[in-house]
Design a protein around this ligand. Structure first.
Ligand code: HGY
Ligand code: MN
Ligand code: MN
Ligand code: MN
Length: 413
């Protein structure tokens, strides 16, 4: 049973249209949150939502929400959506296809005059990607009441306070405590997303039924050595912050390559050297690292090992090293009932395969207040967070059908 058309052309046109609203001075298809390109893309999305019969609003956490009334307004709504902000140098599909899928589903429900019992909410979350504030999934954290005052006081590299950034795009941070959603306020949150990994392509499946989403811990490490003259400072008199940091970067990789109960990954993706001069022994280094796993204990084990490695390096090199947690997101295991609902909804459309998500998503936050489910479509060569990110449009259109079927089945339970 599938109510929804395979509308490859419309989803393709929308993906390619959104891919033109980007920061041309950055690589790939960059659209960072709280920038004029994200604001422009929001305006484009609002228009598409209105053309799909959705009532448009900005919620307390600055998320864009399109609403389609259901026959029984007393039922907690079904929410679908994702994010349209990108990493620097990101691709055209990560997050974007989930928001456009929601709009396409609303449009097709109208074209077929299908009235759902549940109200349908289509969401574009603000700031899903890791941000300069040191926190990700900003809008969905705010939606579920998981942005603390400390979070709201975070600043980015330019001194902008997160509280003010949210207000600048329509959020009302002062009302977060009273207006965020609580358990029971939603019946279901479901998201279509690219896999961002190689499994579906390698196993030759069209649709992924997500069984869980990894937890993430992000930390900042500050290494204070001593800037000095690169020519006149003998090797045995140096306190080189960069070679020290390099030992820790490699130690993080070593720790992530050890054995744990569940698969783990560890990455250092962001590093700053001061004073960053070719003829100056680096005086200080700041870098951020993250570790991920479905198993929260494995995350804690990795952090303990990394802390021991840092203590050893600090003692041996007599420099100062501090490590502070930036953020964390709990892992989630998708309810078997939701997995089966989604699997059945996918099977009428294409070949399916169950798998966990190595990427984090807004679902990590929505799981605090509602059942969460996700559908993946394959990523070509598993690539993502880069300009080469690619998924065939027909596979995305199948993902839209599968997500639409999921909503219909859930609505009629
Ligand atoms: O980083 C992630 O896992 C996601 O793409 N935001
Ligand atoms: Mn991403
Ligand atoms: Mn994403
Ligand atoms: Mn199979």
């Amino acid at each position: 049973m599938t109510v929804f058309e395979l509308n490859t052309d419309r989803i393709k046109d929308n993906i390619l249209a959104l891919a033109t609203i980007i920061d041309e001075d950055k690589p790939g298809y960059t659209r960072r949150p709280f920038t004029k390109w994200h604001t422009q893309s929001r305006e484009w999305l609002m228009n598409e939502m209105k053309n799909s019969g959705l009532d448009v609003s900005i919620d307390v956490a600055s998320n864009l929400i399109g609403k389609r009334e259901g026959k029984n307004p007393e039922l907690p709504p079904i929410m679908i959506g994702s994010h349209t902000d990108s990493v620097v140098g990101g691709g055209r599909f990560d997050g974007i296809i989930g928001v456009l899928a929601g709009i396409e589903i609303a449009r097709q429900l109208n074209e077929k005059d299908v009235q759902l019992a549940h109200t349908l909410l289509v969401v574009d979350f603000t700031g899903e990607e890791a941000s300069e504030f040191g926190i990700s999934t900003i809008g969905s954290r705010g939606m579920v009441g998981n942005l603390t005052q400390e979070d709201l006081n975070r600043t980015n590299g330019d001194g902008l306070v997160l509280r003010d950034a949210l207000a600048s795009v329509g959020g009302r941070p002062e009302d977060l405590a009273t207006e965020s959603l609580r358990p029971g306020d939603l019946s279901l949150y479901a998201e279509l997303h690219i896999e961002q990994g190689p499994v579906l392509e390698q196993t030759n499946h069209e649709l992924g039924v997500v069984t869980g989403i990894v937890g993430i811990q992000r930390h900042k490490v500050i290494v204070e050595g001593q800037a000095n003259h690169a020519g006149t400072t003998p090797m045995n008199m140096r306190f080189d912050a960069l070679t020290t940091a390099s030992e820790i970067v490699l130690a993080i990789e070593k720790v992530a390559n050890e054995e744990y109960a569940e698969q783990v990954v560890g990455t250092v993706g962001r590093l700053f050297v001061e004073p960053n001069g070719a003829n100056v022994v680096p005086g200080s280094v700041i870098f951020e690292f993250e570790v991920r796993s479905l198993d929260l204990q494995a995350l804690d084990q990795m952090i303990e090992k990394i802390q021991r490695e840092i203590a050893e390096v600090e003692k041996r090199r007599t420099v100062s090293i501090t490590m502070n947690q930036l953020s964390h997101a709990d892992s989630i295991i998708v309810d078997e009932e939701i997995v089966q609902l989604i699997e059945e909804s996918c099977e009428t459309v294409g070949t399916t395969h169950r798998l966990p998500s190595g990427a984090g998503h807004d679902g990590n936050q929505l799981a605090k207040i509602a059942p969460v489910g996700m559908i993946f479509v394959p990523s070509q060569e598993g690539k993502s967070h880069c300009a080469e990110e690619w998924t065939d449009f027909e596979l995305i259109a199948k993902g839209v059908q599968a997500l639409g079927n999921t909503i219909i089945r859930f609505d009629q339970r």
